[in-house]
Structures are given as structure tokens and as C-alpha cells.
Design a protein around this ligand. Structure first.
Ligand code: HEC
Length: 447
């Protein structure tokens, strides 16, 4: 439509271009663009945010207009890398912009980025303060807060791992509603990523692995557990932290990373008795990653695949690809051995290590996996100079933990169903056939 308009101006009204444009409702900063920038960009592009420049008024936005046009039309900004034309599209906390908003921004830049009538500006938007919980606006303050032990972040250096154990202070088993991990405001630029796991005492009085609590990575906002699923926060447990710092030039003394937990309670109309157990785990190439062994040659590429199945039906609630600097894309599919059919669930074709999102499927759109079906995780790694994140294409790259090593796995939140629960969910989906069609382009989700 926009293109048609341009052609029309050039061919029939080239003598009166100003007249032709004003005949259409002009897109201006004040009437439309400011709202789009508020909703999609300012959370990071404001003073103290993680974006390198602030976009809170026209004077700040205007000099960047050409670069904004480029980044937005290539869907590099907002940084939410998830394919918009394939797989399940119904995601919670989805930062992707609508085509309409992208077109509006592009047309505005092409028209010379006019400011318009300042009286049409929307009121300023309020945002959570860095170092505060993003979910707090919606859920209130967390019911429970756990902090890592203090650590002095140096100004420079390479990878640092800080792995203290801290008692949770949880006194009774509760079902988690939401969990969010936040770095301190001062160290938010160097807290690269962190994992918290829960430990409980075994019968010999030794602390043993119980479950994953939360996974935080730069740009990740936390996680909500769907109603009807119970992710247990066990009583008398311990949190084991694994925090990965990568100094960004600012030394921070006594730094602490914080986990906030919100619990389900009666007000949520939540029944602990009938809820199915949910957990988040790492799905490697091999079962527990111990034999994930591969080498990527200098200037070479590699595709990896991991296969996973369950002895009971499950529902997949969220998916978060994890690779390192050579990782460029990942997909998740379901393969049905009985029919030989494969369905693509989710794909990120332009993945980058700078952003780690947990893609949480909306209620009613989470994939249901019957017994015997196989989850296929495919990762693509690019060790050539074409990969802008590649620190050194001349190196052999092995699998491993360091930033310069490669990884290929996904964190998946799985609700463990039984046959009854599975059939019930299937029946609910069939009732809303229209929605099911939207998921995978097929009425029958499974055979
Ligand atoms: C989640 C945080 C976040 C959001 C939301 C976000 N940005 Fe950014 N943006 C960043 C960060 C961090 C960088 C610098 C690193 C990078 O380029 O990835 C950046 C960089 C940029 C750059 C400069 C790129 C360069 O090459 O110098 C532009 C332009 C930009 N963003 C525009 C936008 C626009 C427009 C929006 C909204 C439509 C937006 N961003 C939304 C975090 C964000």
C-alpha cells in the first residue's frame, strides 16, 4: 500500500508532492511514532537502561532514525529473535513488533521523520527501575526473596563463575507461580547469565539436586508457571547458584544477584492436589550432556541434533535455545515414529548469544507430546567470518562451558501429565478447533 502511494505521487502528482502527501494522514513522531517507541523500545532505551542510547523524546530519536529503520525492518530490534512466519506464534511476553507498527516506523523515516503536532504526544510511560522486579508491576512484590552471597565484580577480565550455596528459608512445600532473577542495577552490564538450582537433603544428610529454580540470562525477564501445573519450591532447601560474570569495565563491590518467587495461593483458584508436576530442565544432545562431544573446524559449520522422549505424555510450556558465540539458529520439532511425520514447533533463524529468551507458549497453545513421540532439537553453528559474533574463525571450537567453547541445548519447561490429563487437554483443544488450526496449520495435533 505504501509503495502504491509512492508510485502514485511520482507518476501523477510529481508537480505537487507536498499536496499529495498531506492528502493522506501524515505519520508524525507526535501522533504515532512516539507511542510505538514507548511500547517497544524505551524499556531498554532510556537513561540507565541497557540500550546504548536513550529514545525518550524527539531530539533523542531523530538522529537515529535511519538506523532505527534498518534495525526494525530487519527485526533485529526489539531483540526478540523468534521466527514470525513458522511454528507456534502465540507467545507470552513477546517483544516482536506487529507488521503494521514496523511499516509505520519505516514510512515515517522515509517521509523525513516529521515531528508533527506536539499536543498529540502520549503521556510519558512509566517503567520498572533497573535492579527491580519486572513482574512486580503485575504481581506485586515477590512472596520470597533469595540473594546470592556477595562477590566483588572486577572491572576487567574474562569469565568468572561464582557458585555459592545459600539456604532458601522456605519452610513448607509451595507451588511456584512466577520466578524472576535480577542482577543488581550496578552490575547489570556484567552479569552475563546465572542458574539457580534447588538442593534438598537425602536420607544420609547430604545435599542432592532437587530441581532447577530459575535461569537468568541477559535480556531474560523471568518465567510464569501456567495454572494447573505445580513447580515445587521444596521446604528446607538450599539454592545453589552458578553465576557467570563477564566484566564490562565497571567494578562493583559486594555484588548480589536476587531471585524473587511468587507462589500460587487460594486467591488464584489453584488446586495443588490436582496439579501436574512441572519442571525446567536442560535438554542436551545426549541425555545429560556428558557425551555432547563435537568439534567445529576453523571456517567450518556444524549442525547438531538432540533427541528426547518420555514414558508418559507431556506438555511443553516454554523453550529457550542455548548456544554460545558460534550458535546461529535452533529449532524444536516433534517426530512421530508411527506416521513418520514431523511438526515444527518453534524456530529461531537468527539466534545470537547476546539475547537469551525463554519463549513461553500461551495457554492453550503449548505443544502436547504423546508417549513415543520424539522431541528433536536442531542447532546450527557457524565458525566462519560471516558470523558477526565469531571472535576467531581460525580456531577449532569444542563443546564446553567457556564463552569461547560451544554449547547446544535448550531449557524446556515440561508439565508431566498422565493419560487422563493428556486426553482432557486434547479434548479441550478439539473444542476450540479454530485455535488448534492456528497452532500448526493442522486440525489433528497428534495421531
Ligand atoms: C530488551 C532491550 C531492548 C529493546 C526492547 C530495544 N533495544 Fe535497541 N538495543 C538494545 C541494546 C542492548 C543495544 C546494543 C547492543 C545491540 O546492538 O544488540 C541496542 C541497540 C540499538 C540500536 C543501535 C544499533 C547499532 O548498531 O548501533 C538501535 C538503532 C536500536 N537499538 C533501536 C531500537 C528500537 C527502534 C527499538 C524498539 C523498536 C529497540 N531498539 C528496542 C536493547 C534494546
Amino acid at each position: 500500500m505504501l509503495r502504491n502511494r509512492t508510485i502514485w505521487i511520482v507518476t501523477t502528482l510529481s508537480l505537487w508532492p507536498a499536496l499529495a502527501v498531506s492528502a493522506e494522514e501524515e505519520i508524525t513522531y507526535s501522533n504515532q511514532v512516539s507511542r510505538i517507541i514507548q511500547e517497544n523500545c524505551q524499556i531498554c532505551h532510556q537513561p540507565g537502561g541497557i540500550g546504548p542510547m536513550s529514545f525518550t523524546n524527539y531530539d533523542e530519536v531523530r538522529p537515529w532514525a535511519p538506523l532505527i529503520r534498518l534495525k526494525v525492518s530487519e527485526r533485529e530490534m526489539p531483540p526478540y529473535q523468534y521466527d514470525h512466519d513458522i511454528g507456534i506464534q502465540e507467545l507470552k511476553n513477546d517483544w516482536r513488533m506487529s507488521d503494521e507498527d514496523i511499516n509505520t516506523l519505516v514510512a515515517w523515516v522515509d517521509a523525513g521523520s516529521p515531528i508533527g503536532n506536539l499536543e498529540e504526544l502520549p503521556p510519558a510511560k512509566e517503567f520498572p527501575v533497573p535492579g527491580e522486579f519486572y513482574f512486580a508491576e503485575e504481581l506485586g512484590p515477590p512472596d520470597h526473596i533469595i540473594k546470592s552471597e556477595k562477590w566483588d565484580v572486577p572491572a576487567s577480565g574474562q569469565d568468572y563463575w561464582w557458585e555459592p550455596r545459600v539456604p532458601t528459608g522456605i519452610t513448607e512445600n509451595r507451588c511456584i507461580k512466577a520466578v524472576e532473577t535480577i542482577p543488581s542495577a550496578a552490575a547489570s552490564g556484567s552479569t552475563h547469565h546465572g542458574v539457580t538450582t534447588l538442593l534438598t537433603l537425602d536420607e544420609n544428610g547430604e545435599w542432592e539436586w532437587n530441581s532447577l529454580l530459575s535461569e537468568f540470562a541477559m535480556g531474560k525477564l523471568g518465567e510464569k508457571i501456567p495454572k494447573g501445573a505445580c513447580r515445587v519450591a521444596p521446604a528446607n532447601s538450599m539454592v545453589e547458584w552458578s553465576i557467570h560474570y563477564y566484566p564490562d569495565g565497571n567494578a562493583v563491590a559486594d555484588d548480589q544477584v536476587t531471585v524473587g518467587i511468587w507462589y500460587y495461593d487460594e486467591e488464584d483458584d489453584f488446586d495443588e492436589e490436582t496439579a501436574y508436576f512441572q519442571d525446567v530442565d536442560n535438554y542436551y544432545l545426549s541425555k545429560n550432556g556428558e557425551s555432547d562431544d563435537y568439534l567445529i573446524p576453523p571456517h567450518g559449520k556444524l549442525m547438531t541434533q538432540g533427541f528426547h522422549s518420555f514414558d508418559h505424555p507431556v506438555r511443553l510450556d516454554s523453550w529457550q535455545p542455548h548456544m554460545h558465540l558460534r550458535g546461529v539458529a535452533m529449532s524444536m520439532e516433534i517426530f512421530y515414529p508411527a506416521t513418520g511425520r514431523t511438526e515444527l514447533l518453534s524456530k529461531v533463524s537468527n539466534w545470537s548469544a547476546g539475547w537469551n529468551h525463554s519463549h513461553t507458549y500461551e495457554e492453550g497453545f503449548q505443544p502436547l507430546v504423546p508417549v513415543g513421540a520424539i522431541i528433536v532439537l536442531t542447532g546450527w553453528h557457524d565458525n566462519t567470518a560471516d558470523n558477526p559474533w565469531n571472535p576467531d574463525p581460525d580456531q577449532w571450537v569444542t563443546s564446553g562451558q567457556r564463552t569461547g567453547d560451544e554449547m547446544s541445548h535448550a531449557w524446556i519447561a515440561v508439565t508431566h501429565l498422565d493419560e487422563e490429563g493428556y486426553q482432557k487437554l486434547q479434548a479441550e483443544r478439539k473444542d476450540s478447533e479454530a485455535r488448534t488450526v492456528a497452532i500448526l496449520g493442522k486440525v489433528e495435533l497428534n495421531d
